[in-house]
Design a protein around this ligand. Sequence first.
Ligand SMILES: Nc1nc2c(ncn2[C@@H]2O[C@H](COP(=O)(O)OP(=O)(O)OP(=O)(O)O)[C@@H](O)[C@H]2O)c(=O)[nH]1
Ligand SMILES: [Mg+2]
Length: 325
Amino acid sequence: MSFFSKLRKKLLKSSSRLGEGLEAIVDEGESQPSDTPATSTPPQQPHHKRVLDDAMLESLEELLISADMGVDTALRVTANMAEGRFGKKMDANEIRRLLADEIARIMEPVAKPMPLYSKRPQVVLVVGVNGSGKTTTIGKLASQFVDAGKSVIIAAGDTFRAAAVEQLQVWGERAGVPVMTAPEGSDPASLAFDAMTRAEAEGVDLLLIDTAGRLQNRADLMEELAKIVRVIRKKDETAPHNTLLVLDATTGQNALNQVEIFQQVADVTGLVMTKLDGTAKGGVLVALADRFGLPIHAIGVGEQIDDLAPFDPREFAAALTGLET
Ligand SMILES: Nc1nc2c(ncn2[C@@H]2O[C@H](COP(=O)(O)OP(=O)(O)OP(=O)(O)O)[C@@H](O)[C@H]2O)c(=O)[nH]1
Ligand SMILES: [Mg+2]
């Protein structure tokens, strides 16, 4: 199976929701009384068509909102779809293609892999709310960087929970990367400082720093994050070079609030969206791109080490809308 058909399969929940929704909208139009007299068309007409009118646009808006695209983005997308096509008859596939094009157009400017710099160590700080997938993403990233020939150190900056350190050690073993740890409850900033010292001494390419899951309203945890950044900057004032905000796609619209909050406390440089497998809320990625324009570096499509995919806007749009490519 090709990588993309695998991805498509993993994104199936979103795509079936939108895809089936589109079919239903077109069929709904069909079943309404038509003013055109029935001709000698065969009873099983393969392609139902429906006039792109206000009623249909409204149904489309509702469908996009139900797929977590958000009201603003859904309105913008449907308005663009209607432009120059209002009053035309379209079948589900034409609408699907139009929608996919519109989504891809929004997503293209944000689809960027995490930039790599010549700076050693390149410091990557990974932040996000509890359970969003930070630790898992670090494991996957480490493995990809190692495969690309980079040397990597991971700092287990989540000193909040002992289990978090063990979890990261497992990922470090899988990726073949050393994991620096500190005792439970100790200051993560001091671990970050030690990790910087070691990464500089060993001349490693990348230092990935995990952090504790931060509830947005926990001011102390936010302060802890700011302190990690201050301490890293004592070693290298240009660090962290990347601050990745990891978002869980299943949280839907709440991801938008998380971006806002984390932008206030950290200089977020890019996003990773996890758990896109098995969620019908993939549309939130479109809303994020439309609203913030932050780069989307990668998407998580499973719990295994190779389940981190580059973000491909066309493929994503096709998968989300159920478009056959
Ligand atoms: N299906 C799926 N599960 C994922 C993905 N990424 C992470 N997970 C799972 O989500 C759960 C939480 O992931 P973690 O990496 O521990 O999340 P975290 O942000 O480090 O969590 P805290 O350290 O508690 O803040 C784990 O069970 C992961 O296996 C993904 O892309 N797809
Ligand atoms: Mg974690």
